[in-house]
Design a protein around this ligand. Structure first.
Ligand SMILES: Nc1nc2c(c(=O)[nH]1)N[C@H]1C(S)=C(S)[C@@H](COP(=O)(O)O)O[C@H]1N2
Ligand SMILES: [Mo]
Length: 202
């Protein structure tokens, strides 16, 4: 299956005065490229759940209805893809990962996000707490489109966008930082765009 990759038009430099918003080696796009390593899954909402798991066991699980009843926030963020596009001022609606982890209870240094379709990505707990990460279900005032990760995706805008797992279904609490899907293929284990951590060893 060849990866889907489209919407790379008009990559340009940061507008005057906005240069400091653009991490090194990045260009600005006005479009919203789609990058998917496989086909877009379509899980019906009545079968959708979000779970915080540990050692394969669910500590807490929400149905779509329960998830949507949680307090939501509007998030405005710049996003940065490792393929060098950045998009300024994207607007999302989502539930803070803090809310989910606080309800589940947690005591682990890492998480592995897991998704419909089998994609995974690893993150330190310190990067998904403290108001830095959301499970986003809305984009630009509407529902999040399936190709961009709907019904819900992880949003971790301070790291390269591959960490923002689309079609996310849960977070598995981990004692060790194990590589996820792209990290196993040689992408950086952490992925800070400001330190240009694109590939292992950067
Ligand atoms: N489940 C899943 N999540 C994923 C991916 C993927 O292939 N599958 N691609 C990642 C990559 S490399 C990027 S840049 C962003 C792209 O999100 P977009 O398609 O909404 O632009 O999703 C990330 N999350
Ligand atoms: Mo990406």
């Amino acid at each position: 299956m060849s990866p889907v990759s489209r919407g790379f038009r008009h990559l340009h430099r940061a507008p005057a005065g906005q240069e400091s918003r653009l991490p090194p080696g990045q260009y600005v796009t006005e479009g919203f490229p789609v990058l998917s390593a496989g086909p877009t899954p379509h899980t019906p909402l009545e079968k959708w759940t979000f779970s915080i798991t540990q050692g394969g066991q669910a500590k807490k699980s929400w149905t779509w209805q329960e998830f949507r009843a949680l307090p939501a926030e509007t998030i405005t963020a710049d996003i940065h893809c490792v393929t060098r596009w950045s998009k300024f001022g994207t607007q999302w609606r989502g539930v803070s990962v803090d809310t989910l982890l606080d309800q589940a209870g947690y005591d682990a240094p890492y998480v592995m996000a897991f998704c419909d379709g089998g994609y995974t990505t690893n993150l330190p707990i310190a990067d998904v707490t403290g108001g830095q990460a959301w499970v986003a279900f809305g984009y630009d005032g509407g529902p999040l489109e399936a190709e961009h990760g709907g019904p819900a995706r992880l949003l971790v805008p301070h790291l390269y966008f591959w960490k923002s797992a689309k079609w996310v279904r849960g977070l598995d609490l981990r004692e060790a930082d194990e590589p996820g899907f792209w990290e196993k293929y040689g992408y950086h284990i952490y992925g800070d765009p400001w330190r240009e951590q694109r590939y292992a060893g950067d």
